[in-house]
Design a protein around this ligand. Structure first.
Ligand code: OOG
Ligand code: MG
Length: 241
């Protein structure tokens, strides 16, 4: 069930409190036996910033139980008002620790890139929130479907990957990876720098990072069949039941 956003009745609830709540949530999930599956960045493209009416970057976590296989299914009964967005994911070959991490350093320390569909779902009514609310809600992380092939970051230009998002054979969104901060590698660099600022933390070797939606997110309905095509990287699909 959707709930009112925190800042509605508590205007003093701020970004740092939002990240404190997020850290508590991570602890709870870990105590329940879940593992962090990936880091995620959010609101990294103009399309997403405009859609959500927030222009600051955020980060959160995707947990292992959120991972759905390509051609798999998500169950709408487990979710509130899910939306889908297409993203590029990175996997690191080395630790990445801020401050001042650059795109070139990210490229040197990236082992693989792969296409991904993120399913976001906000616990707030009407999918509306302010920045501290969405941070406390773990940046709406809900499900992820990864492409089944991964690629070396040098194989093609990471900032010119065209993406289409089709639902039931209708084109609902399309874009190019440069929409994410000019280059999705920049999203990884900023994550490393934000984690450093928030407690001198690093992105450990082997981590996966979802760099943020390239296009606006599209609302899902029961029985939807979602298919997304990425230049060079193939296709991902899943079904909503
Ligand atoms: C916040 C999460 C944003 C992205 O890729 O930009 C996000 C939201 O829009 O609910 O995951
Ligand atoms: Mg996302």
């Amino acid at each position: 069930m959707a709930v009112p956003r925190i800042t509605e009745k508590n205007p003093e609830f701020d970004i740092s409190m939002g990240y404190q709540v997020q850290q508590e949530l991570v602890k709870i999930k870990k105590n329940q036996g879940h593992e962090i599956f990936a880091f995620k960045m959010g609101l990294t493209s103009m399309a997403k910033m405009t859609q959500m009416n927030i222009t600051e970057l955020i980060y959160g976590y995707i947990f292992d139980y959120m991972n759905i296989p390509d051609q798999g299914e998500i169950s709408i009964d487990e979710l509130i008002h899910p939306k889908v967005e297409a993203e590029i994911a990175f996997i690191l070959s080395e630790d990445l620790q801020g401050p001042d991490i650059t795109v070139d350093q990210v490229m040197e320390k990236t082992e693989w890139i792969l296409p991904a569909l993120e399913i976001i779902d906000s616990r707030y009514q009407n999918f509306k929130f302010k920045l501290p609310d969405v941070i406390a809600d773990n940046t709406s992380a809900s499900r992820v479907v990864l492409g089944n092939r991964k690629f070396r970051p040098q194989e093609f230009k990471i900032d010119s990957i065209g993406v289409t998002l089709m639902i039931n054979d209708e084109l609902r969104a399309n874009g190019v990876s440069a929409a994410v901060l000019d280059n999705p590698a920049n999203s990884v660099a900023i994550l490393a720098n934000m984690l450093y600022t928030n407690g001198k933390r690093k992105i450990p070797k082997g981590s996966m990072i979802l760099t943020g939606g390239i296009t606006e997110a599209i609302l899902l309905n029961k029985w939807d069949i979602v298919t997304s095509k990425f230049d060079h990287m193939g296709e991902i699909s899943f079904r909503v039941r």
